[in-house]
Design a protein around this ligand. Structure first.
Ligand code: 5RP
Length: 223
């Protein structure tokens, strides 16, 4: 199976998960990226069961609306049963590296509100130790050089994502060369650097359910 076929299979499994677990008329959070896009396309088939969706990016909002799915402002939502999103890496504790698509801040905000985080990804994303995928860090533009120096002190090699501005008007530093043995500790440490908006470690709020696309079928893992 190709990677896209695995993503497609996992997107279908996520649609079935939502159909089975989202209370009728419930609010669903929707992530960003190619796997999330497959999921949004599948979601169209069950859109009448959903009270509304909260998007984690402008791109996701556009795609949801393209399918006639009602998109809500997070500030108008009191509770969200499920958040579905992809990941760049996920470890055995269900901590993730996210933000390859640059939507990490809004993803983290929407995920914080959700009761259950369902991570959808193909088998290549499951790793023993995270860090091979460069860790995205969203930074206020005027703090870019300072934050880069501080990230270097932590042992990483930050690289500005060229020509990219986040939906929030900020820049991304992709930090190469990390071996992330303490995801929660590093998440806290990076967030404490002045000028950092968010980093792509989702350890304090990791996934609850992992739908993993493999050649043998989609596996469901729970924390
Ligand atoms: C976007 C993300 C994505 O979930 C992550 O990059 C995975 O993307 P894809 O499904 O395209 O592999 O965090 O900010």
């Amino acid at each position: 199976m190709t990677q896209d076929e695995l993503k497609q299979a996992v997107a279908r499994a996520a649609r079935d998960y939502v159909a089975a677990h989202l209370p009728a008329g419930g609010i669903l959070g929707v992530g960003t990226g190619s796997t999330a896009n497959f999921f949004i396309d599948e979601l169209a088939a069950i859109k009448d069961r959903i009270g509304g969706a909260v998007a984690s990016s402008e791109a996701t909002q556009k795609r949801l609306e393209g399918h006639g799915i009602r998109v809500l402002d997070l500030n108008d939502v009191d509770a969200m049963a499920i958040y579905v999103d992809g990941a760049d890496e996920i470890d055995a504790s269900f901590a993730m590296v996210k933000g390859g698509g640059g939507a990490l801040t809004r993803e983290k905000i929407v995920a914080a509100v959700a009761q259950t985080f369902v991570c959808i990804c193909d088998g290549s994303k499951r790793v023993a130790t995270m860090g091979k995928f460069p860790l995205p860090v969203e930074v206020i533009p005027m703090a870019r050089a300072y934050v880069a120096r501080e990230l270097t002190k932590l042992g990483g090699a930050p690289k500005l994502r060229a020509g990219f501005t986040t939906d929030n008007g900020n820049v991304i530093l992709d930090v190469h060369g990390l071996s992330i043995t303490d995801p929660a500790g590093l998440e806290t440490q990076i967030d404490q650097i002045v000028g950092v908006v968010t980093n792509g470690l989702f350890a304090h709020r990791g996934a609850d359910v992992l739908l993993l696309g493999t050649a043998g079928g989609v596996q469901t893992h729970s924390r």
